[in-house]
Design a protein around this ligand. Structure first.
Ligand SMILES: NC(=[NH2+])NCCC[C@H]1O[C@@H](n2cnc3c(N)ncnc32)[C@H](O)[C@@H]1O
Length: 420
């Protein structure tokens, strides 16, 4: 028999259904699986609610929950595969993306250098190459070092060609190709080194990193090596005159006519999402770039990927038009030998070009800034609760003049879906 208080409590509780799995990080976040029915006790913020599942209470991301009216578990037919694996691995079953990656000398040579510089230490080691694609990293291992075994794991149909490439290059004694998702395949043993090229645009897009963490927890022996060992997302305020002219200023006087009524449409169409494959010129940077998010691949947890937060404080170095922010990433490969040299792959404007290029986040309205001004704020990468390879990047910034009084500070915020 429920007491009046319990009735009252239940009355304030609302039942929700989980639309996707969530792995909580930290002690106060509640983990749950898709389809779980949670009792929401409080909604302290629009993002995080206080909820209960089978007697356990904790914070849950509100975006993961839905309140289906009928009370039955309504499967949203459009969310048949939150990982979009059919399309994702379908793309990697063709040569286009592999040609792009293999043609990227900075990327591929960085991995080759890692193997080359660690070739002695790799002797008799067991290696897992997660998401091996055409097997290039595994072939480097067999060609440049003497590992005892390389497990080349590839989920797409490319795996059958990878097997041929391994045989064609006389590496089938050392390299074993396993077709399947890294989360599902079985290795005969643990490995000493887990190497993967998992980085997506803005570092995390595609969230292949989740597969790497799950494989680390399952197949990397204690004390084993993660390659990359660490990753960092770098941000800089920038001018983007040519992109702005091309997409926005264009409408001011095309052929002597006034097309400015189309500018709101242009802003919506061209500046709502980030611009992948942007090439920023170093002189477009308005301040010294700074690392806003750093990942330690030994301690990073899947739950940490739900929301990654970073702060920045830029000192503007030249008077210019502030059009937006540009982001890129750097990954580091620790040496297998204590004290050995670390190999770095930097995808920024002062390093060799890569197929990732950089990512440009355009403000809705450019702002003139002067040398000495400050641009400070936060960046939040919020993983999409339903489409698990997607995220939204939210930037909050405040511009303060070096001379103006603080009341003249200009604040702004903008969220950029990548892509849903
Ligand atoms: N740097 C990236 N953004 N993408 C480059 C690596 C992607 C390669 O890894 C494969 N791949 C991705 N995820 C997985 C997985 N969980 N298991 C096996 N192969 C995978 C995918 O099929 C492709 O061949």
């Amino acid at each position: 028999m429920q007491t009046e208080k319990e009735d009252e409590d239940d009355a304030s509780c609302e039942e929700y259904v989980a639309r996707s799995d969530f792995t909580g990080s930290g002690t106060d976040q509640l983990s749950f699986s898709r389809g779980d029915r949670l009792l929401v006790h409080a909604k302290p913020s629009s993002e995080w609610w206080w909820a209960e599942l089978q007697g356990v209470i904790g914070y849950v991301p509100a975006g993961y929950l839905s309140q289906d009216a009928a009370g039955e578990e309504e499967e949203d037919p459009s969310i048949e595969d939150p990982w979009q694996d059919e399309e994702y691995f379908g793309n990697y079953g063709t040569l286009r993306l592999h040609l792009e990656m293999l043609s990227d000398k900075s990327r591929t040579e960085a991995y080759r250098q890692v193997i080359l510089r660690n070739s002695a230490s790799l002797s008799s080691k067991r290696v897992m190459d997660l998401g091996c694609g055409t097997g290039i990293i595994s072939l480097f291992c067999a060609q440049l070092a003497r590992p005892s075994m390389v497990y080349a794991v590839e989920a797409s149909s490319m795996a059958e060609y990878t097997r041929q490439l391994v045989k064609q290059n006389g590496c089938d004694e050392v390299v074993t190709v396993l077709q399947g998702r890294a989360e599902e395949i079985e290795l005969p043993e643990q490995v000493d080194v887990l190497v993967s090229e998992w980085m997506g645009n803005c570092l995390l897009f595609e969230f292949m990193v989740e597969s790497v963490l799950l494989a680390r927890d399952r197949w990397l022996r204690d004390g084993g090596t993660m390659w990359p060992s660490s990753a960092a997302l770098t941000l800089v305020p920038c001018q983007a005159d040519s992109y702005y002219a091309e997409k926005m200023a264009f409408w001011e006087r095309p052929y002597g006519l006034d097309f400015t009524p189309l500018q709101p449409l242009a802003q919506q169409e061209f500046f709502t999402k980030p611009k992948f494959s942007h090439i920023i010129d170093p002189c477009d940077c308005l301040a010294a770039p700074c690392d806003v998010i750093s990942l330690d691949m030994y301690t990073l947890q899947v739950g940490d990927l739900e929301q990654m937060k970073g702060q920045f404080h830029f000192c503007v170095e030249k008077s210019a038009v502030f059009h937006g922010f540009t982001a890129w990433f750097t990954v580091c490969f620790k040496s297998l030998e204590a004290g050995g040299a670390t190999v770095e792959l930097n995808t920024g404007p002062n390093s060799g070009p890569t197929h990732w290029k950089q990512t440009l986040f355009m403000l809705d309205r450019p702002v003139s800034v002067c040398a000495g001004d400050s641009i400070s704020g936060t960046i939040v990468l919020q993983r999409n609760p339903v489409w698990r390879r997607h995220m939204t990047v939210t930037l909050h910034w405040t511009i303060k003049g070096s001379t103006d009084n603080p009341d003249n500070a200009q604040a702004g915020t903008k969220s950029f879906p990548m892509w849903r």
